[in-house]
Design a protein around this ligand. Structure first.
Ligand code: GTP
Ligand code: MG
Length: 197
């Protein structure tokens, strides 16, 4: 898919203030620093569309980007950062749950997982929540440029094996690197296929 246009629309803390639209949207979520905002920039070929940082906790709001006047990418704040207070964690949980429950146009959530790590509890718990809410999601294992292909494959295999313990049908997954742009075409093709459904 060709990205002809990508524009920032709004930043919000509340789903009811997000764009009123029937256009499909795709939200990026995952642990802080996993590479959500970077992947949005990679997909759109825009260096600074979504704000990124080497420090966790950069994205704090629900950010909508309109692509080709046809569908939205949504950058969300991350979870699982140890230094966050209990209060902030609760604020995040409420904001995200409200968003997930109140966007009928939410076509799919991309849950980003750091390909370098063994299965992490916050990721497994968040996926459980999505399952309970019936929100469609797929996994994207990020930062695959940071290690060998063999290591990435071993980590993904362990992750999927762990999922099989609780999921009858584990979700589909893709891999990505915002440095080499690997995965970009596959993710855009996935979006294009879902848009056409
Ligand atoms: P929060 O907004 O804090 O939740 O983080 P985020 O998930 O949006 O992460 P962000 O895109 O800001 O990236 C975090 C750091 O990881 C930045 O220093 C990025 O340059 C780096 N990074 C992201 N994706 C990749 C990748 O695919 N490869 C490499 N090598 N670095 C990456
Ligand atoms: Mg971010």
């Amino acid at each position: 898919m060709v990205i002809k246009e990508a524009k920032f629309v709004t930043s919000n803390t509340r789903a009811d203030l997000c764009p009123q639209t029937d256009l499909p949207e795709y939200a990026f979520i995952g642990r802080s620093n996993v590479g959500k905002s970077s992947l949005i920039n990679t997909l759109t070929n825009r260096l600074k569309l979504a704000k990124t940082s080497s420090f966790p906790g950069k994205t704090q709001l629900i950010n909508h980007f309109l692509i080709n006047d046809d569908w939205y990418l949504v950058d969300l704040p991350g979870y699982g950062w140890a230094k966050v207070s209990k209060e902030s964690r609760e604020t995040w949980r409420k904001m995200i749950n409200f968003y997930l429950r109140n966007r009928p146009n939410l076509a799919c959530v991309f849950v980003l997982i750091d390909s370098r790590l063994p299965p992490q509890k916050p990721d497994l718990e968040f996926m459980e929540q999505l399952g309970t809410m019936g929100v469609p999601f797929v996994l994207i294992f990020t930062k695959i440029d940071k290690q060998s292909k063999i290591k990435t494959e071993a980590n993904i295999a362990l992750f999927m094996k762990t999922l099989k313990e609780t999921w009858e049908e584990p979700p589909m997954y893709m891999t990505s690197s915002s440095t080499t742009k690997e995965g970009r075409e596959e993710i855009l093709q996935f979006i294009s296929d879902v848009n056409r459904r």
